[in-house]
Design a protein around this ligand. Structure first.
Ligand SMILES: [Zn+2]
Length: 421
């Protein structure tokens, strides 16, 4: 007898229906044979996946702009608006909005998230709130905190001290925004500082890299080089990498090889970047995202993330990662069935790798973290982004969503004899 059984579900890699048995919070059985549990749920032939890993969120900016305030739609106006809003931050305010964000993520099947908190604040208010939330939500979602210097490191030297303090207080990753520093040299210095701290404290580095429609922004190669020189393979992530899309094919090919050699993870945020980038372009306008397909085809670990939710940087979003994948599939021209499976890996296994998880995936002996969707195959997830009907954390059902029921109130339609139920 198992503690919990989920019947009639399909694994992504296998077309056959299986039953999943859980004991002591671990996967104990994955079988076609009928099995008994103290608690049993019916997956109704739906797809079962390991939980989503959301590699780029902002706990502190979430829901600070429920209506669109950023009239130009640019990153620079977003930063200006955020600079004003963050003066009013309190721990209670961040906890309230952060709680809403985390609940939405969990409802959509995210059980692991890496979230950035702006440390350009003498009181480190957002960081303190995030540390409290990490603790409060510990049994529901695993959170890694990025100490993120939105105002830069070299152009805001107080952030050099705050960054180290943030790590001492418990942040999991250091960060830099080299393209927002005053000069190329300052950008490189900010990266060197970041890698120095990451090495000193044994934390991840998660850089916001080249988030600009400018082929002259060439920090990704510096990040790859530092990762190789500092022997930090699989410990470094670069988000955005937009400029890579603007490089000549010859230079892009060199950078992609370096990224692969360095074992970097690249996180693309198609929703916010397609909305924010290309604002300075004349027609034809850039697509605003990095070379997702080319990086992935070269064997680079690529993730897709949602990024901001209802903030001065992006006015939409409800924490559903499938929306980001949907946008990514279009913009990256990845609509074939094999590519669709690759896209789903970008919000599951690839994120788990960057997160440093050892115990991830639907395998006997692993922690029983899994999610169920009313879908037959990966394409359904992207085409319909259906609700996540079951979210299991360590073998316990923590939340579920019932698909909407549509009821026609007609018996006949346009004089055609169609039965409407
Ligand atoms: Zn972001």
């Amino acid at each position: 007898m198992y503690d919990a059984v989920v019947q009639n579900v399909k694994l992504l890699e296998n077309d056959q229906l299986v039953n999943i048995g859980v004991k002591n919070g671990k996967f104990s059985s994955i079988t076609k044979e009928p099995i008994q549990g103290r608690n049993t749920w019916n997956g109704n032939g739906g797809l079962v996946l390991p939980p989503f890993v959301e590699m780029h969120t902002h706990l502190d900016t979430a829901f600070t702009a429920r209506s669109s305030q950023n009239l130009s739609g640019t990153l620079l106006e977003g930063i200006r608006l955020w600079q004003e809003r963050k003066k009013q931050l309190t721990i209670e305010d961040v906890i309230e909005r952060g709680t809403e964000m985390l609940q939405l993520l969990i409802q959509h099947g995210v059980l692991f998230t890496r979230t950035a908190v702006d440390i350009s604040d003498p009181n480190l208010t957002a960081l303190h709130a995030a540390l409290q939330l990490r603790e409060k939500f510990h049994d529901l979602i695993e959170m890694q905190i990025i100490a993120f210097p939105q105002d830069g490191l070299m152009r805001c030297p107080e952030n050099l001290v705050r960054m180290e303090k943030a790590i001492q207080l418990g942040a999991d990753a250091v960060s830099a925004v080299p393209h927002l520093e005053r000069t190329r040299e300052s950008g490189i210095a900010s990266l060197e500082f970041c890698f120095h701290l990451a090495k000193k404290y044994g934390v991840f580095a998660h850089i916001f890299s080249d988030e600009v429609d400018d082929g002259h922004s060439r920090y990704l190669e510096v990040i790859a080089d530092l990762t190789i020189r500092e022997k930090m393979a699989e410990r470094v992530t670069a988000s955005h990498a937009i400029a890579l899309a603007y490089y000549s094919s010859a230079y892009a090919s060199k950078v992609i090889s370096l990224v692969k050699e360095a074992k970097l993870t690249i996180v693309s945020c198609p929703l916010i970047n397609v909305a924010m980038q290309g604002r300075f372009d004349i027609f034809p306008k850039g697509r605003g995202i990095t070379r997702i397909k080319e990086l992935s085809d070269s064997g680079v670990n690529v993730c897709i993330a949602h990024d901001d939710i209802r903030s001065p940087f992006y006015p939409y979003g409800d924490g559903n990662l499938l929306q980001a994948v949907y946008m990514g599939a279009h913009l990256a021209h990845m609509t074939g069935s094999e590519q669709t499976v690759k896209l789903i890996k970008m919000i599951t296994n690839n994120g788990a790798k960057a997160f440093g998880m050892k115990d991830y995936g639907i395998k006997i002996g692993n922690c029983a973290n899994f999610i169920v969707f009313p879908a037959q195959e990966a394409t359904d997830l992207i085409a319909k982004h259906p609700p996540c009907t079951h979210v299991f954390r360590n073998g316990r059902l923590i939340v579920g969503t019932k698909p909407a029921e549509i009821k026609w109130n007609l018996t006949k339609f346009c004089n055609l004899n169609i039965n409407l139920q």
